[in-house]
Design a protein around this ligand. Structure first.
Ligand code: 5GP
Length: 139
């Protein structure tokens, strides 16, 4: 299927049907903690309007999302005293995409520290503590 699936988990988060640990929202974008983080402070940025990935995203959606990616990258860098930030984005299953609503990963990085494995559920109270740190550095 290459059409937009209204029942993907991020669509449910946007409709308020599933919870998320929110970091930031503006008219066009939403950012929240990844529940299976591969780095301390791993978060996600999505457009509020539907699109699967880079293949069907509009210029307006991409512009809005990348601005929030920059904002969140800057905040996580300061919040975790990171040496760098990795931004990842996957398109279609063959490209590594698992949730079919456009999203960018932001992962703060420290010299010599590898990314953790995918698919490991975080402790929600720890994620909430990390989210507080990030929010404190958002304008
Ligand atoms: P991708 O599509 O980029 O390969 O992976 C989807 C990402 O969404 C993964 O990093 C996964 O941990 C995250 N994820 C999957 N389900 C949920 C959820 O219900 N809530 C949150 N906050 N993140 C999720």
């Amino acid at each position: 299927m290459t059409t937009y699936d209204q029942d993907n988990i991020f669509a449910k988060i946007l409709r308020g049907e599933s919870p998320c640990i929110q970091l930031f929202e503006d008219e066009e974008t939403l950012s929240f903690m990844d529940i299976m983080p591969r780095a301390t402070g791993h978060c996600l940025i999505i457009p509020k309007t539907p699109c699967r990935n880079l293949f069907d995203a509009t210029t307006e959606q991409l512009q809005a999302v990348i601005q929030t990616v920059q904002r969140i990258s800057q905040a996580t860098r300061v919040a975790f005293n990171a040496d760098g930030v990795t931004v990842q984005q996957f398109n279609e299953a063959a490209g590594g995409q698992e949730v079919f609503h456009l999203h960018f990963h932001v992962m703060p990085r420290h010299e010599g520290v590898a990314l953790g494995p995918p698919g490991v559920m975080a402790d929600m109270s720890l994620l909430e503590t990390q989210a507080e740190k990030i929010r404190a550095h958002l304008p």
